[in-house]
Ligand binder design. Structure first.
Ligand SMILES: [Zn+2]
Length: 324
């Protein structure tokens, strides 16, 4: 009898261990799932992207319409295996066609400017940029022509790049420019021009603004190409002015913008398109100097802002399709 009680007690305690053990492990798994849900990260994605490095070339092209409930993080930007080259950001094959363009005026002959900046690829983490869309979040067609929006970083260039290359699962943390121009004139390519960089929040350009996320205000991001100047050391604060930008920065900016084919009337500034009232960049920007330099460069369409046909080969006659 005594042994039978002991045996039953033993079996019961073994069962207890097994039951509690399995409960505990399922509790732990549930907690992990909750944690992922808090971050808005699907479990499969968390496993893949915690140390995510872009494997190759982003697919070229626009999406039809943003999702009504946007995924967090934004992972619609897909990648294809292969190596990323400058031509993913600027169709370098078109450079030779530029010099064949006619002279602009007697004083400022196109092609006179003998300047070539250093270019580097510093691709942003794909959570920090997305697709451009042919329709807004409500399904209304959008076909704005491209605009340029000029910014300044306030923080040093390396810190900006590091931030953009960080995996940012929450929509509210996501940010990027297409390009960044360092104080020495080097151009960093962060986001391909057919993709939507998250450069301006609540914003509008001459009444044009597109809503691509139902949780956030409409913005110019769907049709904007964002370029930022690295701020000089004396401007890394909240002041209203600083010592300004280097000659090499202005030169690189003019060189870059001339290759977008965007007319001067559609070049703007973050402080001009901002509707939040909190943006004043780029501070201490010399518009006259910039416009004078810009007039010296021939306009081309090496940088296609919008939605080119998938994997279109650059031709001698570049075709710009800004209908996104
Ligand atoms: Zn800005």
């Amino acid at each position: 009898m005594k042994y039978r009680i002991l045996a039953i007690a033993g079996i019961l305690s073994l069962c207890w261990v097994l039951v509690v053990g399995s409960l505990k492990s399922s509790w732990a798994m549930q907690k992990m799932a909750d944690f992922r849900a808090d971050l808005g990260i699907p479990s499969t994605l968390l496993a893949q992207t915690q140390w995510y490095t872009p494997p190759g070339i982003p697919v070229v092209g626009c999406q039809t319409r943003p999702k009504w409930n946007p995924p967090q993080p934004n992972i619609e930007t897909t990648f294809q295996k292969g190596s990323l080259t400058i031509s993913r950001f600027r169709q370098t094959a078109l450079s030779s066609a530029v010099n064949a363009l006619p002279e602009r005026s007697a004083n400022n002959r196109v092609g006179d400017r003998n300047y070539t900046p250093r270019e580097e690829i510093t691709l942003a983490n794909p959570t920090n940029f997305g697709e451009r869309y042919y329709q807004d979040v409500n399904g209304q067609p959008v076909n704005n022509d491209p605009i340029i929006v000029i910014h300044e970083t306030v923080i040093p260039a390396w810190q900006t790049v590091r931030f953009f290359q960080t995996y940012n699962p929450r929509d509210s943390d996501q940010a990027s420019y297409h390009t960044l121009i360092k104080q020495d004139g080097t151009i960093f390519y962060l986001v391909p021009p057919d993709k939507r960089a998250f450069g301006a929040g609540n914003s509008v350009f001459n009444g044009e603004s597109v809503k691509t996320n139902r949780l956030y205000a409409s913005s110019v991001n769907n049709f904007a190409y964002h370029i930022a100047f690295e701020t000089p050391p004396d401007g890394r604060n909240n002041g209203n002015v600083h010592s300004g930008y280097t000659d090499l920065q202005y030169e690189s900016l003019a060189w870059l913008i001339s290759k977008t084919g965007v007319p001067d009337s559609r070049i703007s500034y973050h402080k001009a398109v901002d509707r939040s009232g909190s943006r004043k960049d780029p501070r201490s920007f010399n518009t006259q100097k910039f416009q004078q330099l810009l007039s010296l460069y021939p306009k081309s369409q090496e940088i296609v802002i919008g939605c080119p046909a998938p994997f279109a080969q650059p031709s001698a006659q570049p075709s710009l399709n800004p209908s996104f």
